[in-house]
Ligand binder design. Structure first.
Ligand code: ZN
Ligand code: ZN
Length: 231
């Protein structure tokens, strides 16, 4: 039984649906729509698209609850564009938000993400509170891979901002460069599962995997994780 798929909305990022995104070639697979349909039939119920990927409307048509990850370049104008498309979860890294005021208009649709060890000033609940207190409607995107090396950081965020967590990122990163891996080790899987038991069931989970991973590799990583979750 794939319990994970019944307890949570499970999704993949557009990086695993487009051809060779790591080489700067971000174009649709010839069978793009059939890949989306195949993912849906295998239990994927949400997608995270990145600001610099094409076709945000196509994604939203098939996955109305998809999320939109901004880039530093996108700034707040990118968030307004995402709102116009109809995205309801718009992810920003804390350092994208330099002037708070223009971000207030994004309201509850803005989700601020905790960062990894390469961005040490934005890892704890205390650090995130400098933004979250001034943006009372904004939510949290909890990236487990970003803090799996220091579980106390995740516990701190969950205990203070648990009710504001509206998206979870899951995966494993290369500690040296922060890049995502295409698989998740047994140990990280166990860690992630222990945190999934602490967050609200039903929260969308995005498996952030290596940009170069194909959708077939990505879905098999998700399925292996789901098997462990249901054990
Ligand atoms: Zn991010
Ligand atoms: Zn993330």
């Amino acid at each position: 039984m794939r319990q994970l798929f019944s307890n949570f909305q499970v999704g993949l990022p557009t990086g695993s649906i487009y051809e060779r995104p790591n080489q700067g070639v971000r174009r649709r697979n010839a069978n793009f729509e059939s890949v989306l349909r195949e993912l849906k039939s295998r239990g994927i119920s949400t997608i995270e698209t990145h600001h610099d990927f094409p076709d945000p409307e196509v994604i939203l048509e098939m996955f109305p609850n998809a999320s939109y990850h901004l880039t530093r370049r996108a700034k707040v104008a990118g968030a307004h564009n995402a709102l116009k498309y109809g995205y309801t979860r718009i992810i920003a890294h804390p350092d994208y938000i330099t002037d708070i005021n223009p971000w207030k208009d994004i309201g509850k649709h803005l989700l601020i993400e905790n960062m990894d060890h390469l961005d040490p000033q934005w890892r704890s609940a205390g650090a995130l509170s400098t933004l979250l207190e001034k943006l009372p409607d904004a939510g949290v995107c909890l990236d487990l891979a970003h803090a799996i090396d220091k579980p106390s950081l995740l516990d701190g965020i969950i205990s203070i901002y648990g009710s504001r967590i509206r998206e979870i990122h899951l995966g494993e990163i290369n500690r040296r460069n922060g890049h995502h891996l295409s698989t998740i080790s047994k140990q990280s899987t166990a860690h992630c599962i222990s945190f999934l038991h602490k967050v609200e069931q039903g929260t969308p989970i995005i498996f952030e995997l290596a940009l170069g991973a194909s959708w077939k590799e990505s879905i098999s990583t998700v399925e292996s994780f789901a098997e462990e979750y249901s054990c």
